[in-house]
Design a protein around this ligand. Structure first.
Ligand code: M6R
Length: 606
């Protein structure tokens, strides 16, 4: 989603603003802009599309101000065109925004009636006019901004600068993250610590409702009741080096290839391999007393949660409910006091997941989360965190975060199973041994890329692709379909293999590739029947399995051979081919693999 950066600098800041925006590119955007205060006057440059277009604008018409804002926009209200790009400004105020002002229509009507002329279709422009209106009424800039903020409903991170105020910047947060960076004689605002890493490692995260009044020397923070508050400044570990692609063509490829290492790190943080035991942070709840676990997450993290449900139910014998976070609250599920609610998220900022977490907290649930970004809001608001050690994930399509989430969930299932007596010490040793082998097997799977390149030629011609899986492999089918559609834009759907004949089979003909995720487990023969149903209708079958081709009992278009492992760890292995299929198909089709159209890395609006 939108990226925000603000600098109260000592030299011209436009170049540094663009550099910081480059570090936020991974969030997804469709236009960008900067504004500075120069000799007391506000001026801006904006451009549709990638940052290089903005850079070109700036090289033709440089901005020299030492105080400035930068923004990458992911369109919500209004087309992704230059007119709607941020910063929004007039001759008195400039504003950048991430989020959605929910009452913008009502405010727009009110302000229009008072003579304000709107130039854009954005919800953000209402903030600009609201502050201007307050200035018109004689309020000084800080009071004008605070008064305007009180009128806003919805989710926002805002950064604001003023004409005639070379040493003032205001930041506000209600929902999406915003951090203050403390420099020496300089001050910064940014959507995350990664953006600010080249400037400072001293960061203060704003809390919901906070308003930060910044100068080069001071950072005063006011809570929603306007009380001045102290928020801790922490040392950020975000690297000042721009996370790069190394020898890979795309971040996604690099992240897929990092999996043996990061899965190993994540497992290593929970498992004592020598002893064959799992050690987790204290959940603060007696595992024997847990009657139900409620899992909520979005997208790929939700599919990780689905795998977790199979593991927790099978190995720890705990009933698990799982919802996409955007639906959970509307279902109004009865939650028993003291129940365990589990949230899974890479970014730790996903608005729907965060809203669900807060809802569950209000209902007296114990909040546990599996989070990759340790400093994120969800990590900070959880009672207990199981960190995934995937490192920064830049590609919009989640890959290594997913397998690390699976690693953490597998450990959770073992730990709860042991604590509840549903698995024995010996079984724990067997399962942890199986986990220990995962990085090596994943590494083997990464050595077969020419196979995927050949398969990509077939898939790139398809209009629709179906993925089938059964049992714990059903979520892998869903994940495979999501990966393919989000980066190649080919329509793909995942189905439980047994559901095929209840509808989706109508789609099968010679043009439809069907990718079947089916390890040779106790369910394999049932899935073979489904493959035969597909083959009988001319569908092309791509089988991902450790079973031999002969066992499929029908002609296969392609067979992706997977090593035979303990069935417990299959999901960690089968995730890799579905990622590689999507990646190579997208590369062949020439899409923007790391920043696919319309998508954002961190979805901070509901
Ligand atoms: O940061 P989160 O894990 O909470 O993000 C959840 C989803 O937005 C994310 O997994 C999304 O579905 C990815 N684009 C999938 O590749």
């Amino acid at each position: 989603m939108c990226g925000i950066v603000g600098i109260l600098g000592t030299d011209a800041v436009a170049g540094a603003l663009v550099d910081a925006l480059r570090r936020l590119e991974y969030r997804g955007y469709d236009s960008a802009g900067v504004a500075t205060v120069e000799n007391g006057r506000l001026d801006r440059r904006r451009a549709e599309g990638k940052l290089k277009n903005l850079e070109l604008r700036l090289s033709n018409q440089p901005l020299q101000g030492r105080t400035g804002l930068g923004h990458t926009r992911w369109a919500t209200h209004g087309k992704p065109v230059e007119r709607n790009a941020h910063p929004h400004m007039n001759d008195r105020v400039a504003v950048v925004h991430n989020g959605i002002i929910e009452n913008f229509q009502e405010l727009r009507e009110e302000l229009t009636a008072r003579g304000h002329a709107f130039q854009t279709e954005t919800d953000t422009e209402t903030v600009l006019h609201l502050i201007t209106d307050c200035l018109d009424q004689g309020l000084v800039p800080v009071a004008a901004a605070k008064t305007a903020l009180r009128r806003l409903k919805g989710a926002f991170a805002l950064a604001i600068i003023f004409a005639g105020e070379d040493n003032l910047m205001i930041g506000a947060r209600q929902g999406p993250p915003l951090a203050v960076g403390h420099g020496h004689g300089e001050m910064y605002l940014g959507s995350d610590a990664i953006a600010l890493a080249p400037f400072t490692d001293t960061i203060t995260y704003l809390e919901d409702g906070d308003c930060a009044v910044l100068t080069r020397e001071t950072a005063e923070i006011f809570a929603s009741d306007d009380r001045k508050v102290d928020r801790p400044a922490i040392k950020s570990v975000a690297s000042s080096l721009l996370v790069d692609k190394g020898n890979f063509r795309h971040f996604m490829a690099k992240e897929i290839h990092e999996q043996p290492e990061v899965i190993g790190h994540t497992l290593g943080s929970f498992v004592d391999f020598a002893a064959g035991q799992v050690h987790l942070p204290d959940l603060g709840i007696d595992p024997a007393q847990i009657r139900k676990v409620s899992i909520s997450a979005c997208g790929t993290a939700y599919f990780a949660g689905m795998v977790g449900k199979y593991w927790l139910e099978r190995y720890a014998r705990i009933p698990v409910e799982i919802d996409v976070a955007s639906e959970f609250r509307y279902r109004e599920p009865p939650l028993e006091k003291g129940g365990l609610a589990l949230f899974i998220t890479q970014s730790g900022e996903t608005a729907d997941t965060l809203a669900t977490l807060r809802h569950c907290k209000e209902q007296g649930q114990r909040i546990a989360s599996i989070v990759n970004v340790r400093t994120s809001t969800i990590a900070r608001e959880s009672h207990v965190v199981l960190p995934t050690l995937a490192g920064p994930e830049i590609g919009v399509a989640s890959t290594k975060a997913f397998t690390c989430q699976l690693a953490a969930l597998a450990c959770l299932a073992i730990a709860l199973g042991r604590a509840r007596g549903t698995i024995s010490e010996t079984e724990e040793k067997v399962l942890t041994h199986a986990l220990a082998e995962v990085p090596r097997h994943v590494s083997t799977l990464l050595h077969n890329e020419p196979h995927y390149e050949r398969l990509a030629h077939e898939l790139s011609r398809a209009r629709d692709v179906l993925y089938l899986g059964r049992g714990i492999n059903f979520p892998l089918a869903l994940e495979g379909a999501l990966k393919l559609k989000e980066i190649s834009y080919i329509h793909a759907e995942g189905y439980a293999a047994g559901e095929l004949k209840h509808g989706p089979i109508a789609l099968i003909d010679e043009q439809v590739p069907v990718i079947v995720v089916a390890p040779a487990d106790e369910l394999f023969d049932k899935t073979v029947s489904n493959m035969q149903e597909v083959a009988a209708r001319g569908g092309k079958i791509i089988l991902i399995s450790d079973a031999s081709s002969e066992r499929a009992g029908c002609a296969l278009e392609t067979h992706i051979q997977i090593p035979t492992v303990h069935s417990f760890v299959n999901p960690l292995l089968y995730a890799v081919p579905v990622q590689l299929i999507a990646y190579h198909t997208a590369v062949l089709m020439g899409t923007d693999v790391d920043q696919p159209r319309n998508l954002a890395k961190s979805v901070t609006v509901e």
